[in-house]
Design a protein around this ligand. Structure first.
Ligand code: DOR
Length: 431
């Protein structure tokens, strides 16, 4: 039997609020919640003094490159970085080689994630091979455990297919259709945001209207079908306005944003080089401000990283040739805490909602996201809000180096992570 763990001296923080309390963890679950010191001597002592004890974070957009891209990341390296970032559940994207679009591959991928320090879930494609020609077998994939469907990396161009997918989602209570919202003809051969920097560098741009056109169309289809729609990595202020209106209307629409789209702009691409290239691209300050407003007013439901490792060799080319994508899962909590909570722009409770509660709910990941309840699975991040550290690409767990935050000093760090009752990170070190 696994040894019992006592999380002591910290403040519990979930949607019920913040209160000083200790946790006793046994057999994978929260066995008891008590006043400080209540469980002294009952198990391995995990020090949470001066720290917040939160439900483990949930990243609903990661690329762990299995199968087919294991030189840049695999499930083991991805999950290790996730655990160090306090992430206890990850949702993999299906843009692998081959595409995750059938129950057999879903089972294989889930089996590889079974003994990792983070729970690994996977989404599946909306269309077979993400080719945009015919829909996948939704009932069979649902049976295999899939709740999120997306052709991430590419948009579903066909309105007919998107309508069919949304109709399918409406017949399952907990299925969501997630869209990479960039109209493909409008972004063809585009490298970075269409704007001043692309012009200066002589690069073909990806216009923000390409996102707006798709989000607007998809919201209309969600209205027509009653289906559940989620905007992946939303990057424009204008799309966030559409999502705000859709929510006001009562449609089943949610949206996520990455830390990088909340902080960086197209201007940062020149500094970052190919690590600053992703799809959808970093935009303008107007978009950053619009997304931040949407994050704080409840329009945006969740933060997700689009953790997209690419090997150093593949990124060691010019911007047009480099694959798009940035690392994120290991640094998400620190970046968002540093930028928003440490500066007094966001409450700690909104933070826990955006990084844990809401993403778990969107993706139907029921064993994560809290609240702290006796008998529930122990998936926990102990976060030190005062600790400062420097993000060094080589020290991250990823096999790749393409973080958009090289050498950035941040305030706030995950001290310990407990996944399914096991201590997987202790004092910021993998156990
Ligand atoms: O920049 C991106 N990279 N955006 C995506 O949607 C896919 C991802 C990847 O797989 O590398």
């Amino acid at each position: 039997m696994a040894q019992e763990i006592v999380v002591s001296g910290g403040s519990l923080l979930d949607l019920q609020g913040e209160r000083p309390a200790d946790l006793l963890i046994a057999e994978g679950c929260i066995a008891d919640i008590g006043s400080p010191g209540a469980f002294f001597g009952r198990g391995i002592e995990v020090d949470a003094s001066d720290a917040l004890v939160m439900p483990g974070f949930v990243d609903i957009q990661v690329h762990f490159r299995t199968p087919g891209g294991e030189d840049s990341e695999d499930i083991a390296s991805g999950a290790a970085g996730a655990a160090l970032g306090g992430v206890t559940a990850c949702l993999m994207m299906p843009n692998t080689v081959p595409t995750i679009d059938n129950p057999e591959l879903v089972s294989e991928v889930l089996a590889l994630g079974r003994d990792t320090p983070c729970d690994v879930y996977t989404s599946a494609a909306i269309t077979v091979d993400r080719a945009g020609e015919r829909l996948v077998d939704f009932p069979a994939l649902y049976e295999a455990g899939v709740r999120v469907f997306t052709d991430d990396g590419t948009v579903v161009d066909s309105a007919d297919l998107m309508k069919g997918a949304l109709e399918a989602s409406a017949s399952f209570p907990d299925v969501v259709i997630s869209q990479h919202a960039e109209h493909s003809e409008m972004v063809e051969d585009g490298v970075i945001n269409q704007g001043a920097v692309a012009e200066r560098l002589g690069l073909k741009g990806r216009p923000s209207e390409a996102e707006v056109v798709i989000v607007e169309r998809d919201i209309a289809l969600a209205r027509q079908t009653g289906g559940r729609y989620h905007v992946l990595h939303m990057s424009t202020a204008a799309a966030s306005d559409l999502v705000r209106d859709a929510k006001a209307e009562g449609l089943r629409v949610t949206a996520e944003v990455t830390p990088q789209h909340l902080i960086l702009t197209e201007e940062d691409v020149e500094r970052l080089g190919t690590s600053g290239k992703m799809n959808p691209p970093l935009r303008t300050m107007i978009d950053v401000e619009g997304l931040r407003t949407a994050l704080l007013d409840g329009t945006i439901d969740a933060v997700a990283t689009d953790h997209a490792p690419h090997s150093p060799q593949s990124k060691s080319v010019g911007l047009p040739e480099a694959p798009p994508g940035m690392l994120g899962v290991e640094t998400m909590a620190s970046i968002v805490w540093d930028e928003f909570v440490a500066r007094g722009l966001m409450t700690p409770q909104r933070f826990v909602n955006l990084l844990s509660v809401a993403p778990a709910s969107i993706a139907g990941i029921t064993a994560h996201g809290g609240p702290f309840t006796i008998g529930e699975a122990a998936n926990i991040a102990v976060f030190d809000p005062g600790e400062r550290w420097v993000i060094e690409p080589e020290r991250l767990q990823s096999k790749s180096l393409n973080t958009p935050w090289p050498q950035k000093e941040v305030q706030g760090r995950v001290r310990h992570t407990i996944c399914n009752g096991a201590l997987v990170v202790h004092d910021a070190t993998l156990v």
